[in-house]
Design a protein around this ligand. Sequence first.
Ligand code: CA
Ligand code: CA
Ligand code: CA
Length: 301
Amino acid sequence: MTKRRKLHRLISPGGMLCILIITLLLVFAFPLHARAATIVVNTTGDVRAEDGQCSLSEAIIAANTDTASGVTPGESSAGSGSDVIALGAQTYTLTIGGVSEDSGLTGDLDVTTNLTINGAGLAQTIIDGGGLDQVIEVMHNVNLSLNGLSIQNDFGGFSGGISNEGLLTLSGVSVSNNDGIGIGSAHDWANRPLYPAVDLINSIVAGNTSTGIHSFNTTLVLDQSIVDGNQDGGIFASESVTIVDSTISENSSSSTGGGIAIINGYSDVIVRSTINGNTATGDGGGIYFWGFTVWEKTTSF
Ligand SMILES: [Ca+2]
Ligand SMILES: [Ca+2]
Ligand SMILES: [Ca+2]
C-alpha cells in the first residue's frame, strides 16, 4: 500500500474538511502584504524630495512607513513589513544637517522598523555620515541587519557611527574612522525588560576617535571580528560579552581597560582570541573587568 493510501485511510473525509478550513483561516490570519519589499537605491545623493530618484534616506523612510517616496518613476517604492534595501558599490554621503530628529528627515538615518541593508562589500559600499550627526540610529526593539558595507564619518558626539537601542547584526561590515564612538548601544530604562543586542560577524571596528564599541547593558557578541586602533578603549561593556575567534588590538584608553573594560559583567566568555598591543593609563592595558569573566587558555595576550 502506498503512503498516500495509508494517509487517506488515517484521515476521514470530515478530517480532511477540517484541515482545509484551518489552512484557509491561517492564510487570512497572515495576509501576503506582510512580506518584505526590496528597495533599490538609485542615487548616491541625499535628496529627500520627489526628484525621480531614490536616495538611501528616502529608501529607509519608505521602509519605515511602508509608503512610497513619490509617484514619479525612479522614486522609492513602498516598503512592506520587514524590508530589504539594496546598495551598489558606491559611497552614499549624508548632506542634510540637523541632529536630534528621529524620523529620518534630517541628519542621521533613523531605522524605526525591522530592516536589512545589503551592500556590495565593506570596501565597495560606504555610508558616510558627512560629519553631520551620528550615521545610523536603531530604535528600541527594532532589528537592523547590515551586510557588506562600511559606516564612517559621524560628527563626534557620544552616539557614534551607529547608535543602537534595538537588535543590531553586522556581517562583513566596517564601522571605522568615526569622530567619536564606533558603535554605541545602550539600554533604555523606560523600556525594560527588553535589552538591546549587538552581534558582529566577520566585521571590523577600527580607528574611531573614542571607544570602538560602547555596550551598556547590551548583549554583545563578536565572532571572527576585529576591534583595532580605537582611542578611548576597544570595548566598554556591561552585561553579557562573548568574543570568539576575534582580535582586540592597538586600542588605547586614558582610564582603565585599553582593549576591553567589562563592568558588572556576567557570563562573559573570550575564546580563541588575541588581545595585544592595547594600552591604558589606568588598570588593565589589555582587559579590565569587574564581574564574572572567563576566557579560554587559547586566548593570547
Ligand atoms: Ca527622491
Ligand atoms: Ca517596512
Ligand atoms: Ca536620529
